[in-house]
Ligand binder design. Sequence first.
Ligand SMILES: *Cc1c(COP(=O)(O)O)cnc(C)c1O
Length: 369
Amino acid sequence: MSNQFGPDYIRAIAPYQGGKPISEVAREFGLNEADIIKLASNENPLGMPESAKQAMLAVMAELGRYPDSNGFELKAAISAKYDVPQDWITLGNGSNDILELAARAFVHQGQSILYAQYSFAVYALATQAVGARAIVVQAKDYGHDLQAMAEAIAPDTRLVFIANPNNPTGTFLPAAEIETFLQKVPQHVAVVLDEAYNEYLAPNQQYDSIAWVRRYPNLLVSRTLSKAYGLAGLRIGFGIAQPHITDLLNRIRQPFNVNSMAQAAAIAALNDTDFLQKSAQLNAAGYRQLTEGFDALGLRYVPSHGNFVLVKVGDDDAAGARINLALLKQGIIVRPVANYGLPQWLRISIGLPEENAAFLAALKNVLND
Ligand SMILES: *Cc1c(COP(=O)(O)O)cnc(C)c1O
């Protein structure tokens, strides 16, 4: 009887599948937690910055009180860093929160939301949660085909999600392509430009999306502290858009959507340029290590601009699941992506050098079995 509750479009949702927690794999496969390597959720292998830890300890005594609902100090830090007024900023419980707020604020049931094949799973979830129709545009070389996406905008489309770089494929859209796309999108269609991996881009790929926010009143840029800033467990992200958009998001967010520890840690992390630089360097070296390993094993991969690599581990549609299971038995957690329609591939988050080496050794074993 219980499956009679709720609208059809909610019951049709397949829940998000995250990377398996280390504790769960230890239990399931009889392994020691300390021996398990997790390269499954695009977390920063350095963990959280020490600066953020100190900031959290300093606010701990105040946890009996509610957080600052408006996040004044964190918004001030973001405002200074990105040179935008504070009322252009929306804080989120992870940038996931921003993506969901956008769907709820801009779209009602029956209208459509557009995104690319093989793009971030949360776009589909956010679409389904509001009872909207998904327009999924076929990928080009595993990335977004922005020209096809512009052409696919329907009269009832109210929102487009773009990830740059994209997860799980790691593909990157050059600035000029995005700008051409923004010029084509009608004013009544909102665009969310999800830049969760922006901090990993090489200096010559960096572009000024905040300048677009000034020019395009329908653009919302989202950023997260979960990846390069190493704060995934705290849940903190933010959106930047013109105030008419910020105002809408502010009306529907939870009043205390970002907790006090997250606010304090985020301020410290945003100002910790050493940590960010170290993370980006470690990632670049890890990318070379993994891709050289894949080359040596004769495996195909999608060139990635994030902190992970999508690699093809077989030619049959059970390959991803089979290799994933074999790796789990060796204590290595990666991410199967069959739910993205990529059953022959696995997504590997870039880890510490020794973690990458252990993964490559295990993969070699498993492939030779
Ligand atoms: C990880 C990720 C996010 C969001 O993560 P949060 O932890 O919710 O900030 C958003 N978009 C993409 C493409 C991601 O991979």
